[in-house]
Design a protein. Structure first.
Lengths: 257, 263
């Protein structure tokens, strides 16, 4: 277990090595949020409303969903592909170490730093827009954290599936971008899923951004059912990951020394 | 003339390289147009509830999404990879080779990865622009010509901005965070400038002109022709800044690494 904790710590240290980049990366959260805020502010002040959303709830929704969007590791780790393509995977296979668990630990360490840096950047932003933000109560906050963590596991597994396809196609770069956009729209980071056709609410991607956001807002119903559903999705994604991993290892070849 | 010949040769070489990996190219192409399609849907949902956004009617907003998509697609196809490569060239010591070419180094760097195949990505934003144009109601020849000119100037403004930013790598080496930030700012270009508070609007129009490159072509089309002059002035300013700062950056430069083939 210790080696996996070490992997997390190494990634935390790597993140801190490029501190400026780390903080600049948080603009991925602030700038889209600013765009949505000003867009909806002008719409709502001119009398427009979107279904059940008020200006405060739409702001709060985008706040949580973009925070999740900026933190969920849906691409897992690009190094996985690099290791498979370059043959460096052999180093992992010849050591008493689980390759996927190693990267899960590393991603968790990095994600912890992303949450912290985003949080630091968000404090002045939230203070400025404090009248628009709906603060969650303790219970909603805890349910939000629970679904956020479950979404995190699902996102990592989804990312693993993406990266492990490099066993078969060489480099997932070609469809990496389209994968990201599909998750953004199906996950609810661009448009709240309850404003889209209901079919979107039956896909697993809602657990990436939409469900955590709604949980923090205290707007989730049938919570035990959602919990069971996401756990089943995690088991399914884990099964697919294992299947690709095993098939991939059989296909894996490395040249050179 | 030499520059044009170089750009053409780069484009042909890159095209030959790309068609070897057709599947990957096609998927990448789909990925690049996906964001425009998604924002098209996003604004369709918004316009199901309203007639206008900050004084921009539906036709103008879709012309805006189309125009922004066109400018950023041209940039992505012709100059993005080149502009982004400056810091790698500095870090890996390959920038000296660029200085040795019988062409102005900034232009050589900017267009060295130009890809004509990626211009296919223009089809979708162009369709959205035409959709917006038809919603707007009138299609006039002269404003359309001015719109095309404005789009081209927007491309050069946005490219110059990337080059200016790239010059910082001569001093700070790793500036990828700044490029990400600029990309995030550019994402705001899909909104009408009138939604932003005055200070932020002016900042995004004239200092970091991501709103200028997306909004002005549409505003010029709808009759605010004087904005073309503003765009020309902005471009001239950026070119002058490049002429001033590029030699300074070159003097500051110290090899930060060892030359790596392919850097």
């Amino acid at each position: 277990m210790r080696k996996y904790i070490e992997a997390s710590l190494i990634d935390i240290k790597i993140s801190f090595k490029y501190r400026l980049n780390l903080f600049l990366n948080s603009t991925m959260l602030i700038l889209p949020l600013l765009g949505y805020t000003f867009l909806f502010r002008i719409l709502y002040t001119s009398g427009v409303s979107l279904e059940n959303y008020s200006l405060r709830t739409i702001f709060t929704y985008y706040f949580w969903s973009l925070l999740a969007y900026n933190t969920m590791p849906v691409y897992a780790y690009g190094d996985i592909t690099h290791n498979i393509k370059s043959g460096a995977l052999s180093y992992f296979l010849t050591r008493p170490m689980n390759f996927l668990l190693y990267y899960y630990s590393a991603i968790s360490g990095a994600a912890l730093i992303w949450v912290l840096t985003n949080g630091i950047v968000l404090i002045p932003f939230l203070y400025f827009f404090r009248t628009l933000f709906v603060v969650p109560n303790i219970l909603d906050g805890m349910i939000g954290i629970l679904f956020f963590l479950l979404g995190f596991v699902l996102a990592v597994l989804s990312g693993f599936i993406l990266q492990l396809t490099s066993f078969f196609v060489g480099d997932p770069y070609g469809y990496r971008e389209i994968y990201g956009w599909v998750l953004a729209i199906f996950g609810g980071s661009i448009i709240p899923l309850d404003l889209l056709p209901r079919v979107f609410l039956h896909l697993p991607f809602k657990y990436f951004y939409y469900i955590p956001a709604k949980a923090f807002m205290g707007e989730l119903t049938h919570i035990p059912l959602l919990f069971i559903e996401v756990v089943l999705w995690i088991i399914f994604f884990w099964g697919v990951t294992m299947l690709i991993w095993r098939k991939g290892l059989k296909k894996y070849e490395a040249f050179g020394g | 003339m030499g520059i044009l010949r170089f750009i053409f040769a780069s484009i042909v070489l890159r095209f030959k390289n790309q068609i070897i990996f057709r599947g990957s190219f096609f998927l990448k192409f789909l990925g690049e147009i996906a964001y425009i399609v998604i924002y098209f849907l996003f604004f369709q949902i918004i316009f199901a509830h309203t007639e206008s956004i900050g004084g921009w009617n539906k036709g103008m907003v879709f012309m805006l999404i189309g125009s922004a998509g066109i400018v950023f697609s041209i940039f992505s196809a012709l100059a993005n990879a080149g502009a982004g490569s400056i810091m790698h060239l500095v870090r890996k010591g390959g920038i000296e080779l660029m200085f040795l070419k019988p062409l102005p180094a900034p232009f050589f760097i900017l267009f060295r990865f130009a890809s004509i195949a990626d211009l296919l990505g223009l089809l979708v934003p162009l369709s959205i622009f035409i959709y917006g144009l038809r919603l707007y109601g009138s299609i006039n020849f002269i404003p359309l010509i001015l719109w095309v000119i404005s789009i081209l100037i927007s491309f050069f403004i946005y490219s110059s901005l990337h080059l200016l930013l790239g010059l910082l790598s001569f001093r700070f080496i790793r500036i990828s965070g700044l490029y990400w930030m600029l990309g995030d700012f550019a994402d705001l270009g899909k909104y009408p400038n009138t939604i932003f508070p005055l200070f932020l609007r002016n900042f995004l129009l004239y200092f970091l002109p991501v709103l200028m490159v997306s909004n002005f072509p549409v505003l010029i089309y709808v009759g605010r022709f004087h904005l073309l002059f503003v765009q020309i002035m902005q471009l001239a300013l950026f070119v002058i800044l490049l002429f001033i700062f590029f030699p300074i950056a070159r003097r500051i430069y110290q090899g930060a690494g060892t030359y790596e083939i392919g850097a």
